[in-house]
Ligand binder design. Structure first.
Ligand SMILES: [Cu+2]
Length: 75
């Protein structure tokens, strides 16, 4: 099991959290999504998966949710 934390820009409320969770959860291999919301800052998004996810896949899901991937905390 792999756990990776990403910093995501542009999340402001619980709707953003559930929107992003809904985009990330169906990705292949994902078993858990935990989001630490920081309104108007960088929210911490931790994804647990059976194998390492492609950064481009995560980035696409984040953009689909209307947010912006800032960086990866733990590779
Ligand atoms: Cu929101």
């Amino acid at each position: 099991m792999v756990s990776t934390t990403y910093l995501v820009k542009g999340m402001t409320c619980s709707h953003c959290v559930s929107g992003l969770t809904q985009e990330l959860t169906p990705l292949t291999g994902v078993t858990g999504v935990n989001i630490d919301l920081v309104p108007e800052g960088l929210s911490k998004v931790t994804i647990t998966s059976t194998s390492r996810l492609d950064l481009s896949t995560v980035q696409a899901a984040v953009e689909e949710a209307g947010q912006e991937l800032d960086s990866v905390v733990s590779p």
